[in-house]
Write a protein that binds this ligand. Structure first.
Ligand code: NAD
Ligand code: UGA
Length: 470
């Protein structure tokens, strides 16, 4: 039986569900795409007539929403209605790390995924292909299948018994380049058993992705490949950050080391930029999930190997904070420090697990007064991120930091500037002008290699460049 997809429902209108479905709608005008979420505010924001105010900042996204919304792309809170109508349902909900119970601190919390499977089981009407888009522990498809099977046994007085197929189709987009990654993916991965279902999903992608880029695997390989890809990427960042520390002690320069090893095409040049430590909602979560699975399957050495990637990242963030204290004569008490960048990388408004959160908390703990700048991040988000950690009594920081989206006059009387996100505008700061209004000696700490070294030195300011031991 050929399954022709006409109605897609995506549960979860977040960083993955929103952009992914926008691109599917844009490329497949014959498919009606409904993105649903229980978060009313988020859906209202996706429906904002001013598309520059949709909830997710991604270059190129607002123009797609402008083009497709109201035609074949819709955002709604009516989860039940769109489950009923759909012949393919993507589950794109969040899968955070569990905070309590078995596996707390490591295992993924699957409560949102399970809730979706139950909703689908309850309301689906005909033959429905359920696609795991969220990043999930290996063998989650089994849980989803079991829940859906129950619906077939006990179809709750529905006129027809629904039938289901489950596929894994993990998403590899990176924030900040999501639209480009979705338009020109390195590969699309589809894991599953049913040839018909795999063909139906492949047909959707074939509208814009070349055949040789659509990979088919078994469902467990697909689930594990997603965790593995993130673990390998994060491991490269931790590796180069560990080398940055050695560079600083030996007279080497991490940029030169990266270039030297990156030209070896077995190693490759990507993901070798030393920075303040990886952030984002997924690297840490997915590695910890892999650590949990390794222990669960009786492989503690494998677990330790991957956990070291996360330990290195945390150590690296604390190392940068300590170094700032040391350079400023061992005390930050009442010293004004400018933080440039709060997002976990440039071109996104996402701050989840951003290195800036830990580093700002460390500096506040040392008594600093922070002026935080980010061109896109909502100041309310920064407030939320710096307040969250109740254990460390962060309420004590109230009044000790401020945030702004505007760079003018921010540098007045500052003792130091710390660059934590590689926003383009930071490379254009006029350091000569800045040095005139800063305290002396003034320090620039560049954790993103974005400043022009010579211009900073010529301005009379001191410069610490991550991984620069020269
Ligand atoms: P997100 O938190 O931005 O969005 C998830 C959305 O799901 C939220 O809006 C939430 O309200 C909604 N939701 C939760 N339960 C629901 C339910 N029962 N019914 C309807 N809506 C519900 O998360 P995200 O960043 O989009 O990530 C989603 C998944 O994709 C995660 O598993 C993540 O690991 C994976 N992933 C994320 C990225 C990324 O760049 N953020 C990239 C690849 C994969
Ligand atoms: C990452 C992966 O790149 C995506 O393929 C994956 O889909 C996604 O996670 C996910 O599953 O959520 P993302 O977190 O959006 O994407 O961004 P990355 O570009 O991977 O950056 C992650 C972190 O590593 C950032 O803090 C970034 O600044 C840091 N990084 C990255 C470096 O410090 N150096 C580098 O060379 C590259």
């Amino acid at each position: 039986m050929k399954n022709e997809i006409k109605n897609i429902c995506c549960i979860g209108a977040g960083y993955v569900g929103g952009p992914t479905m926008a691109v599917i709608a844009d490329k497949c005008s014959h498919i009606n795409v409904n993105v649903v979420d229980i978060n009313k505010e988020r859906i209202a924001s996706w429906n904002n007539t001013d598309t520059s105010r949709i909830p997710i900042y991604e270059p190129g996204l607002s123009s797609i929403v402008e083009r497709c919304r109201g035609k074949n792309l819709h955002f709604s809170t009516d989860v039940v209605k769109h489950i009923k109508e759909a012949d393919m349902i993507f589950i794109s909900v969040n899968t955070p790390t569990k905070v309590k119970g078995i596996g707390a601190g490591k295992a993924s919390d699957l409560k949102y995924v399970e809730a979706c499977a139950r909703e689908v089981a309850k309301h689906a009407t005909n033959h429905t292909i359920v696609v795991e888009k969220s990043t999930l522990p290996v063998r989650t498809a089994e849980v989803i299948k079991t829940i859906l099977k129950e619906a077939q046994v006990n179809p709750e007085k529905k006129s027809s018994t629904p039938t289901f197929e489950v596929l894994s189709n993990p998403e590899f987009l990176a924030e900040g380049t999501a639209i480009k990654d979705l338009n020109e993916p390195d590969r699309v991965l589809i894991g599953g058993e049913s040839k018909e279902a795999i063909d139906a999903l492949s047909d959707v992608y074939r509208n814009w992705v070349a055949e040789d880029k659509i990979l088919h695997t078994n469902i467990w390989s697909s689930e594990l490949a997603k965790l593995t890809a993130n673990a390998f990427l994060a491991q490269r960042v931790s590796s180069i950050n560990s080398i940055a520390a050695i560079c600083e002690s030996t007279g080497a320069d991490v940029r030169e080391v990266s270039r030297a090893i990156g030209t070896d095409n077995r190693i490759g040049s990507k993901f070798l930029a030393s920075g303040p430590g990886f952030g984002g909602s997924c690297f840490k979560k997915d590695i910890l999930n892999l650590v949990y699975l390794s222990n669960y399957f009786g492989l503690p050495e494998v677990a330790d190997f991957w956990e070291a990637v996360v330990h290195m990242n945390t150590w690296h963030q604390h190392r940068i904070s300590k170094l700032i204290v040391q350079k400023l004569f061992g005390t930050l008490s009442n010293k004004k420090i400018i933080i440039l960048g709060f997002a976990f990388k440039a071109n996104t408004n996402d701050t989840r697990e951003s290195a800036a959160i830990q580093i700002c908390k460390n500096l506040l703990e040392e008594g600093a007064v922070l002026s935080i700048h980010d061109p896109i991040v909502d100041p309310k988000q920064i407030e939320n991120d710096l307040r969250l950690d109740h254990e460390n009594k962060n309420h004590a920081y109230e009044g000790r930091w401020s945030s702004t989206n505007d760079l003018s006059n921010i540098f007045d009387n500052a003792h130091a500037v710390v660059i934590l996100t590689e926003w383009q505008e930071y490379s254009q700061v006029n350091w000569l002008e800045v040095s005139k209004v800063m305290q002396k000696p003034g320090w620039i700490f560049d954790a993103r290699s974005i400043v022009n070294r010579q211009k900073v030195i010529n301005s009379g300011l001191n410069l610490w460049l991550l991984g620069d031991g020269t």
